[in-house]
Design a protein around this ligand. Structure first.
Ligand code: UDP
Length: 241
């Protein structure tokens, strides 16, 4: 499909000057909220997200309890002021869907069997959105879970690849998301490459899908290194005090 705006310049660079396999700039700060067990502030290009983890604590109401394991309750919310056309506040179909897929992804990585009847609540607030917020939110949640000291098999991480002007690229920005052909966000456990979340918007051929998946995996590993660096930075500083 031909986009209505040009997404590559004559040098093959993208609108924001990136190469096809380049991520937007990412900044991660750990432990920004003091009333949460664990927290993370993350900037990913124009996205700004906060994740806060509470628990494990007794799941309420009691009928939500699982006698064998903890339930993971991720709540993704985009602030009304996070996008140019003010978003109607409160949950909608999209945020319910994102909360569900993130909860399921995190449940695969947390040792939930250690906390029967408990809930682990993960609040993800998107303060500014510029495409890729579910990846930014899940990546922040992974860091917040580690900061909370919750037993996890690995620190989950997310990244998307997509297709614009018939080319597979890493980490779509806002215009690329709006005018591109496909978006493939994934989340993985970087230690095992197990896929924890995979969604797709648009159309890819099988070959394009394979290329996009490989690229998104590469992106996940780069972001994973940044997560670990941010966590080390916080805890090394504490040790030095
Ligand atoms: N968006 C918006 N209003 C909405 C929902 C989304 O402006 O109600 C924008 C926002 O910038 C978001 C982007 O559209 O990041 C892409 O949304 P999508 O549903 O693809 O999820 P995301 O890429 O953020 O995970």
């Amino acid at each position: 499909m031909k986009p209505d705006i040009k997404l590559f310049d004559s040098d093959g660079k993208r609108l924001d000057g990136r190469k096809p396999d380049e991520l937007r700039e990412i900044k991660i700060e750990v432990g920004v909220l003091h009333r949460a067990e664990g927290s993370c502030y993350l900037e990913w290009g124009g996205n700004k997200a906060i994740a806060a983890v509470y628990g494990p604590r007794e799941a309420i109401p009691r009928h939500t309890q699982n006698p064998l394991r903890a339930i993971i309750n991720a709540r993704y919310n985009m602030a009304a002021f996070s996008v140019e056309d003010r978003k109607r506040p409160g949950p909608d179909r999209r945020s319910r869907e994102i909360s569900k897929v993130i909860s399921e992804a995190l449940a695969k990585i947390v040792l939930t069997e250690r906390f029967p009847r408990a809930s682990i609540d993960v609040n993800i607030e998107i303060l500014e959105a510029e495409a890729g917020t579910r990846c930014a939110g899940l990546t922040a949640a992974g860091v917040a879970l580690a900061d909370a000291g919750i037993p996890i098999r690995d620190i989950p991480v997310a990244c998307a690849a997509g297709k614009i002007e018939n080319q597979v690229v890493l980490d779509l920005g806002k215009d690329e998301d709006n005018h591109g052909d496909a978006d493939l966000p994934i989340a993985i456990s970087p230690r095992t490459n197990e896929i924890l979340l995979m969604q797709m918007d648009g159309h890819l051929t099988l070959d394009e899908f394979d290329t996009a998946l490989e690229l998104a995996m590469k992106g996940c590993h780069i972001v994973s290194d940044l997560q670990k660096k941010a966590i080390l930075k916080k805890y090394q500083n504490i040790e030095e005090v």
